[in-house]
Write a protein that binds this ligand. Structure first.
Ligand code: GLN
Length: 445
């Protein structure tokens, strides 16, 4: 069964922070007892799955990949956890991630790095690297990840699986441990586009407990997977094929685009002129929000406390020992960008840039149905290769970050292999038009 499969695969992959075997067995037995009642069978009835460890699970340790939450057992479930339960899913465990979802390689996990199932010397991507690796290694049929700047799509690309970042607001963030709240979004990591459609169906929808949750009609996603892309208008932004892109990756993506043309889509090159500012804007806005969100980890209310004689020193010790290097770097960056003397020069300017990036997309979507691009500028890199160079690490997100800044949906699907490692094709759509994104993605299967 799935637990045996995990047991035999984990020594090579290290995707799980925790396997909740006992809970999973109990839950499966409970479902078995209800199998007679057809009305109770959800669309994921009996399907095992696992969650990135930043989604709160009642009674099951939830760490966000951080030592500071190393002993945190949430008293409640994230909205997506309840939704999956209603659909019949059996959750079997919690998956490794970069600490507080900050990273692109899983090397920022406070516990251990996850390995890429295609080659254990390579990173699985991040920050949902545990989720992508577990699915790619066949440990579980699907996982949930979260995507703030690419953390579902980039690891999906690096591990050769499907990863969908929904429109901001489509999936409730209630019970998701916040990184940058205006960018964070939960989505599925699966083996096929069909599976992504089913999982999205299960987790999408309005939730009063998330004030940014959208109240929109949700289509039946499986119904749109017709294979038909005739007359589809496809835009290919030239900025996504420029400097810093591995030519072998661009080549595979271009081949995929040609394939779509053969299926009857029309393809034009377009420009998204503000793309070059996206990474800079993101690395002001995301750390700014993170510095505020992470202020709550003070040793008083959650998780680990390092005792000391006085309160201020207790805060200091707890945060110094509880947070890792990358998290501290971002808290400092964010606090600096928000400080009164620098707010206009950095935070405010980054917000204005975000608006320009959003407008670039809106303009293209006046004429086109989808945008096609690479998911990442390279295939997976070696463990250790970029850890001492945060800037190169940040630049790996150049293709995914603009999508989060604009709040729109995008999926990564496998589109070939270069030097034994998979390449991801990214399909970007209009806000709340996951149906078209999925339909186009499905045409490649
Ligand atoms: N790699 C990016 C970062 O470190 C994106 C992470 C994410 O999407 N959670 O911020």
């Amino acid at each position: 069964d799935v637990l045996q499969r995990i047991e035999s695969t984990e020594p090579d992959i290290h995707a799980f922070l925790q396997v909740a075997g006992e809970q999973a067995r109990e839950r499966a037995q409970h479902l078995d007892a209800n199998i007679g009642d057809a009305a109770k069978l959800g669309i994921l009835f009996g399907i095992p799955a696992a969650l990135k460890d930043n989604m709160c699970t009642k009674g099951v340790r939830t760490t966000a990949g951080s030592k500071i939450l190393g002993n945190y057992i949430p008293p409640y479930n994230a909205a997506v956890v309840d939704k999956l339960a209603q659909s019949g899913t059996v959750i079997v465990g919690k998956l490794n991630m970069d600490e507080f979802a900050m990273g692109s390689s899983n090397e920022n996990s406070a516990f251990f790095p996850t390995r890429n199932p295609w080659n254990p010397e390579y990173v699985p991507g991040g920050s949902s690297g545990g989720s992508a690796a577990a699915v790619a290694a066949g440990e579980i049929p699907f996982a949930l990840g979260s995507d703030t700047g690419g953390s579902i799509r980039q690891p999906a690309a690096f591990c050769g699986v499907v990863g969908l970042k929904p429109t901001y607001g489509l999936v409730s963030r209630f019970g998701l441990i916040s990184y940058a709240s205006s960018l964070d979004q939960i989505g599925p990591i699966t083996r096929t586009v069909e599976d992504a459609a089913v999982v999205l169906q299960a987790i999408a929808g309005h939730d009063d407990r998330d004030s940014t949750s959208a109240n929109v009609a949700i289509p039946v996603y499986l119904d749109v997977l017709t294979g038909n892309v005739k007359g589809l208008r496809v835009a290919v932004p030239k900025e996504y094929f420029g400097e810093g892109m591995d030519p072998a990756v661009s080549e595979k993506v271009r081949e995929a685009i040609q394939q779509l043309e053969k299926l009857g889509a029309t393809v034009d090159e377009v420009s998204l002129p503000h793309t070059k500012y996206a990474v800079a804007a993101y690395y002001l806005l995301a750390p700014a929000e993170a510095s505020s969100n992470l202020a709550r980890y003070d040793g008083v209310r959650y998780g680990v406390r390092v005792d000391s004689e006085n309160l201020i020193d207790m805060y200091k010790q707890t945060r110094s020992q509880g947070f890792g290097t990358e998290v501290k770097r971002r808290i400092m960056l964010g606090t600096y960008a928000l400080s009164s003397g620098y707010y206009d020069a950095y935070y405010l300017r980054a917000q204005k840039t975000r608006t320009l990036i959003k407008r670039d997309f809106e303009q293209v979507f006046e004429t086109y149905d989808v945008i096609l691009a690479p998911t990442a500028p390279t295939t997976a890199f070696k463990i250790g290769e970029k850890v001492n160079d945060p800037l190169t690490m940040y630049l790996n997100d150049i293709c995914t970050i603009p999508v989060n800044l604009a709040g729109i949906p995008a999926i990564s699907v496998p589109c070939g292999v270069v030097n034994g490692l998979p390449v991801g094709l990214q399909i970007i759509g209009k806000a709340f038009d996951e149906a078209t994104v999925l339909r186009v993605a499905h045409a490649f299967e």
